[in-house]
Write a protein that binds this ligand. Structure first.
Ligand code: SAM
Length: 278
């Protein structure tokens, strides 16, 4: 009987986030396929797991996938892990999982940490619909083009970012989405120096420049999507949301018009758009 390919999520910083099920799976597998065997070796030895390791990364995938498919077909359980978080999420493993399905083998996710979900859960931005953009292109022109293509994206957008490019990306995001677009930075999530900050894009950039957000560690940026046909500011959105929570949309639009001097019907349309997003 053939074995199973377990796709095992590991911590993104805090080792206590390794689930008992993940530990049990790593212990009981015949082989752990890891992005970096030294890195995963340290995690396994911390938990006293002695399962043998095999390296599986972008440069040896073709050969190693064939070996692993053979092993699973012959009856061995294999656990796939990456350096941190969930394999395949901006990490290797896609070819192995695709090959396992093609070979008719059982694939089982052992769910756990992932920076994209951790960031969304703390961002305080709409999460009913979101899109994961992973890493932006490194070259300025390609990055600007990618962001421009997202200009009308209504869903919250999640970006992974390296310490070397986080500032350039924030500058490019201010250009593409406007300084006032609500956003979030999750830095060093689950670790000792974790920061979770929500503010308009330009304010986050300022905090980075002033050192309130140290340019160190790992970053996730979440940017709120746009609301079609709207030029309203974040502060106005907060005002409209608060007012419409305690009075009818019509009254909220009337009161907001008195405060801001903007037309009542524009506020009314905005309230409906905001309610639509809830
Ligand atoms: N597979 C991982 C996952 O499930 O999140 C992602 C791997 S990807 C190569 C690494 C990127 O994820 C980092 O550059 C950063 O953008 C994000 N990341 C990973 N751990 C993080 C953490 N503890 N805090 C913030 N961002 C993190």
């Amino acid at each position: 009987m053939s074995g199973t390919l377990f796709v095992v999520a590991t911590p993104i910083g805090n080792r206590d986030d390794l689930s008992p099920r993940a530990r049990h799976t790593l212990e009981n597998a015949g082989l752990v396929a890891a992005e970096d065997t030294r890195h995963t070796g340290r995690l396994l030895s911390y938990f006293g797991v002695k399962t043998p390791l095999i390296a599986l990364h972008d440069h040896n995938e073709d050969q190693v996938v064939a070996v692993l498919i053979e092993e699973i077909t012959a009856g061995k359980d294999v656990a796939l892990v990456s350096d941190a978080g969930t394999p395949l999420i901006s990490d290797p493993g896609y070819r192995l999982v695709a090959a396992a399905h093609a070979a008719g083998l059982r694939v089982v996710p052992v769910a756990g940490p992932s920076a994209v979900v951790a960031a969304l859960s703390a961002a305080g931005l709409p999460t009913d619909r979101f899109c994961f953009e992973g890493f932006l292109p490194a070259k300025p022109r390609a990055r600007a083009e990618r962001l421009r293509a997202l200009g009308a994206e209504p869903r919250s957008m999640v970006f992974y970012e390296s310490v070397h490019r986080v500032r350039d990306s924030l500058v490019a995001m201010c250009e593409a989405f406007g300084n006032d677009r609500p956003a979030f930075i999750g830095r060093e999530l689950t670790k000792l120096h974790e920061q979770c900050l929500q503010a308009p894009l330009a304010a986050l950039l300022q905090q980075l420049d002033e050192g309130d957000i140290p340019c160190k560690g790992e970053f996730v940026i979440v940017v709120a999507g746009t609301i079609a046909g709207s030029a309203s500011s974040w502060e106005e959105d907060v005002l409209l949301t608060e007012l419409s929570a305690v009075m009818s949309a019509k009254d909220a639009a009337r009161v907001a018009a008195r405060i801001t001097g903007t037309k009542r019907n524009e506020h009314y349309a905005r309230i409906l758009a905001l309610k639509d997003r809830e």
